[in-house]
Design a protein around this ligand. Structure first.
Ligand code: LLP
Length: 418
């Protein structure tokens, strides 16, 4: 469910015609719906309401816009961050440091120190080496780092290879079979409060079965570690629940997810932590684009739009599907490929797909672009960095400016010896 609907033949974001925003802000532009974000946050938490102690940390990487973070903070979410930059954003949105989980496989010494001093709530350690380094920093400063050890459960997530993280060959977490001994060694270090385990097997999961398998393995590991005399008070179950990108695709509901978690984890006697990203932000956003022209092709026409792979990288990177819809549908369809202006064939959003018939100057949207959209944007081909808008009822605000190539050029220098 989202708040992007057609009314009187045109697409609205909540109470606002998308065309009006496009006219004021220009295209391409991301539009987020506050009501949709709030709804997903609520539904996610409701699904977990039978669990005794829960901490939800929004995966900032999916949409780090500070206004979006503020909306989610108001819904009781903390933040799961993977860099100092993301941590600064979460703090700027008013999320208390103790509600922040610091994940990520390559936290630098500088980042560890900074996060420790800021009072971050939990570090999810990706290796024994990282734990030793962090404990050392904390001990020297007379501080204690609250930590969970991320474990790689060697479970097949059944998602795109590039966003699968829980197989033994992936770089994430410590090997399942060595986790108990690593936990034991790290837990003894001064400066370290190793209080839990963490797992995240991948993103855009279409089935709950791999998650259930992974959580089952984590429960068994938790018991084994407790049997050695360690206290485990926190279990971080990561994110990963997928969303439909195509009409008609079926994904598990958040109610089903909550019921599965309750079935497997209810009696663990811990605070259960979650790091959802896509399921909160995915269909809370669209990317609005204008058709530059429709060019005849050998097989089918090319709809050349003013958004490109630098604005929305998912189709080029993962062959991802985003529904393409006209803002003012003309009532008929045609078979066409939708492409951006960038000089690569990978700058293709849709290949020979049946879409709303559009003409030069028409506005259209890519749906389900609120997660891993603007956050993965770049300036390839010296294009501007795409702006972002937040809609709330009849109001909207530009929550990230379009960064023009001149601004980026201003940060470059030609040395005087050239
Ligand atoms: N926790 C950890 C440790 C993660 O690595 C991720 C995502 C999440 C939570 C949030 O996962 P989610 O609930 O959003 O599935 N750029 C890719 C997705 C990369 C996901 C990276 N990690 C895409 O566009 O599909």
């Amino acid at each position: 469910m989202d708040h992007f609907d057609y009314r009187n033949g045109e697409l609205y974001a909540e109470e606002l015609p998308i065309a009006r925003i496009a006219e004021e802000v220009g295209t391409p532009v991301y539009i987020y719906s506050r009501a949709t974000l709030e709804r997903h946050a609520r539904v996610f938490r409701d699904g977990l309401k039978d669990l005794p102690s829960v901490h939800c940390a929004f995966a900032v990487k999916s949409n780090p816009n500070v206004a979006v973070l503020k909306v989610l903070k108001e819904q009781g979410f903390g933040a799961d961050v993977v860099s100092e930059g993301e941590m600064r954003r979460a703090l700027a949105a008013g999320i208390p440091a103790e509600d922040i989980v610091f994940s990520g496989v390559g936290k630098t010494r500088h980042e560890l120190t900074h996060a420790l001093e800021a009072g971050v709530g939990q570090f999810n350690l990706e290796s024994e080496e990282e734990g030793v380094e962090l404990a050392g920093i904390a001990a020297r400063k007379g501080l204690t780092a609250n930590c969970a050890l991320r474990v790689n459960p060697d479970v097949e997530a059944g998602t795109h290879e590039k966003i699968s993280t829980g197989k033994a060959e992936n770089k994430f977490g410590v090997p399942y079979d060595r986790a108990a001994e690593i936990f034991d060694r790290l837990a003894r270090l001064p400066g370290m409060n190793l209080r839990g385990l963490a797992v995240h097997i991948g993103s855009q999961l279409q089935s709950l079965d791999p998650l259930e398998a992974a959580f089952g393995r984590m429960g068994a590991l938790m018991e084994a570690i407790r049997a050695e005399g360690h206290h485990i008070t926190h279990m971080d179950l990561g994110g990963g629940v997928g969303v439909p990108y195509k009409q008609g695709e079926v994904f598990p509901s958040l109610e089903d997810y909550g019921a599965m978690v309750a079935r497997v984890c209810k009696d663990w006697g811990v605070t259960l932590m979650f790091e959802p990203g896509r399921v909160i932000t995915g269909n809370s956003g669209v990317l609005v684009t204008e058709v530059i022209r429709v060019k005849q092709g050998v097989h089918s026409p090319f709809v050349v739009v003013d958004a490109a792979m630098n604005d929305l990288a998912r189709p080029a990177m993962y062959d991802a599907w985003h529904d393409f819809q006209a803002v003012h549908p003309r009532g008929d369809h045609f078979i066409a490929s939708v492409v951006g202006p960038i000089c690569e064939s990978s700058d293709t959003f849709a290949k020979n797909r049946e879409i709303d018939r559009v003409e030069a100057g028409d506005l259209a949207v890519f749906r389900t672009a609120g997660a891993y959209g603007a956050t993965m944007a770049n300036t390839y081909n010296s294009r501007p960095l795409v702006p972002e808008v937040l809609v709330s009822g009849e109001k909207f605000a530009v929550v990230a400016d379009r960064i023009e190539p001149e601004t980026i050029l201003a940060a470059e220098r030609v040395p005087d010896w050239l």
